[in-house]
Design a protein around this ligand. Structure first.
Ligand SMILES: [Zn+2]
Length: 289
């Protein structure tokens, strides 16, 4: 049992307000016939190809290009909201602008550090096992994976979300057609700082591990559980909830950690965003391997 110290409450309240002000609407893409959306479409494709590259500078550059693509899709969605499909699309465009700016700032800050974690770790090879796991979760009752009494989620990820391998990366496709690249990289810095305890650190583009060999030596179920856990940090928390602002994510994470530690932490173990739902959901899953 844990409780939140008084001084943390205003910060958590601010995060909740940010969440409430921005409904989770990151599903739409600009219509193919809308020429305003064409530059964004091109940049998203170029960015995804770059993000999946094994060359560190190309990879980190691809992340920036993709973020700019997100940003450029915002005006296309807003115009569609005014002209073609009144209503939801306009808000979707505003939301995309917020996410696009957050992601672009993050990618621009990260780009000069491309050499820090140069080595890509192959998670693409787990795409089939991941799809089996996602189908298993969709057939499970939410009560089996929710994180505590305040977790009211009906699903871990939108139903029908699936993955495919692209190089060593995993490309996630959501039912609305949006795609997200998840990469894993070996971090010498993480190995040096935290040699024993940590198995992975989430990033806005995926995650880092201290040791590739140790990561790959796990069985498929452990790897898939870890990859899904880290993707919940990346997609559900950093992108959808924090609107791509990892500069908000990390302070919020650390400040809560001072108050609660791991047990009771919103990012890990407790409440409607907690990433531990991945481990809960896959406890009873047996991979085909
Ligand atoms: Zn975690």
């Amino acid at each position: 049992m844990t409780h939140t110290p008084r001084r943390l409450r205003p910060i958590l309240l601010a995060i909740c307000l940010l969440h409430a002000a921005c409904a989770t609407t990151t599903g739409a893409r600009a219509l193919p016939e809308n020429p305003l959306g064409w530059p964004a479409r091109a940049l998203l494709q170029v960015g995804e190809a770059g993000e999946s590259s094994g060359l560190p500078l190309v990879r980190d550059g691809g992340r920036l290009v993709r973020a700019v693509g997100d940003l450029l899709e915002a005006p296309a969605l807003m115009v569609e909201g005014l002209v073609v499909q009144p209503g939801g699309r306009f808000l979707e465009g505003l939301d995309r602008a917020l996410v696009g700016v957050g992601s672009t700032v993050t990618a621009a800050v990260n780009l000069p550090l491309f050499f820090v974690s140069p080595r890509a770790v192959d998670i693409g090879r787990d795409s089939e096992a991941m799809n089996e796991a996602l189908a298993f979760i969709e057939s499970s009752a939410p009560e089996t994976w929710r994180c505590g009494p305040e977790d009211d989620r009906e699903m871990v990820l939108p139903e029908g979300t699936r993955t495919e391998a692209r190089g060593k990366t995993l490309v996630w496709t959501f039912p609305g057609g949006q795609r997200r690249v998840q990469a894993a990289q070996e971090s010498p810095l993480m190995r040096w700082m935290l040699p024993a305890n940590f198995i992975a650190w989430e990033r806005s583009w995926g995650f880092v591990v201290p040791d590739e060999a140790k990561f790959l030596a796990q069985d498929a179920k452990s790897r898939v559980t870890l990859i899904l856990h880290e993707f919940i940090h990346q997609e559900i928390q950093m992108r959808r909830w924090m609107r791509g602002w990892t500069l908000v994510y990390w302070p919020a994470y650390q400040i809560t950690f001072l108050g609660t530690g791991w047990r009771g932490h919103w990012a890990e173990t407790h409440g409607p965003h907690a990433a531990n739902c991945a481990g809960n959901a896959l406890k009873g899953w047996r991979s085909g391997e």
